[in-house]
Design a protein around this ligand. Sequence first.
Ligand SMILES: [Zn+2]
Length: 141
Amino acid sequence: MKRFNHLTIKQLKELKEKIIAERDRILESHKINDEKFYISKEDQSDEVDLASTDYENSHMLRLRNREIFYVRKLNNALKKFSVEEYGFCEECGAEIKFQRLLARPTAELCILCKEESERDEQNNVMAARSKSYSDAVNLAQ
Ligand SMILES: [Zn+2]
């Protein structure tokens, strides 16, 4: 078994605790938001309040979606501990360094693959842009 060789038991424990603490923090803040949400609904009296509540709710919803996505990532990372796949790049299987995991416990790619995927993303944006540009030129002709 070559799994986990680049991380010590102590480092793994630290990362796992970090992920769990992060997840608990988000879940806890949701509980508080739920209570706030409930109170503000009870408080609604006139139209102005209603409008601002709507705004707050949609803002909260957006925030929530992003957090739900993050919690999912955290849960995914936790699952990897039990199958001993945590800390390896999903793309090339390379070991992800402890320092990188410490900064970003949900990291799924090694630094090289991450940079490459960012470059690809940029190229795709550029390609899409130049395509819509040539489409526009074609339409103009
Ligand atoms: Zn990689």
